[in-house]
Design a protein around this ligand. Sequence first.
Ligand code: MN
Length: 262
Amino acid sequence: MFKHPLELSGARILVTNDDGIDAPGLRVLERVAQEFSADVWVVAPETEQSGAGHSLTLTRPLRHRHLSGQRHAVNGSPTDCVLFAIAHIMRGQKPDLVLSGVNRGGNLGEDITYSGTVAAAMEATLLGVPAIAFSQVTGTREQPIHWGTAERHAPDILRLLTSVAWPKDVFMNVNFPNRLADQTTGVRIVAQGRRESNYSLVALTDPRGNDYYWIGPQRLGELLRQDDTDYHAIEDGAVSVTPLHVDLTHNETLEKLREAFE
Ligand code: MN
């Protein structure tokens, strides 16, 4: 179990993200962390790393840029940032808590497996630090992003989550619904959902006549899980909170396989 309750006041908090050091959601989470503590550190990717998942940069060197005070940018993935922060920038004293986000866009269901935001929280967990990933669900490109919803509700979620004991293998995934802060319908503790994954591949031709491709946006696939999941909570206008764990073993199948191989 992680130490609990985790005392937020004066805690050493590391903030990171996958949208990059200049992302508005990072500023939101920095302000939230600063409500609780003056010992807030920011170590975030130089450039957007959405979809980077839990990747590590191994084929080129990492460089870091000290921006000001306790703010740093690293030319790597979110996982690189957490590792770099704990192993180097904050090496004198580990953070008490890692916060990742606030991501521009939800991290629901199978999105979690692609998400750099969630992976940063996973990396912190592997390094022995409790962590929470935050994402703000968005609408179409033309619609405003309700950052105020994340900013208003994140402090209460943070208080709630740090008052409960979690095993050392567990980290938290929080999503804020795409609506105004005072129009949310509460907080729901829900399982990770599952939708049919439905990315499109778009083929184009460059000015020299060569083909190239973009992975397009995900079209909303069919819901494959109908019980109360993160998708349902967000659809109902609630903040979703899902505890995740690093252990990917499927125990039921493990048992079946053991019997089959006996
Ligand atoms: Mn992102």
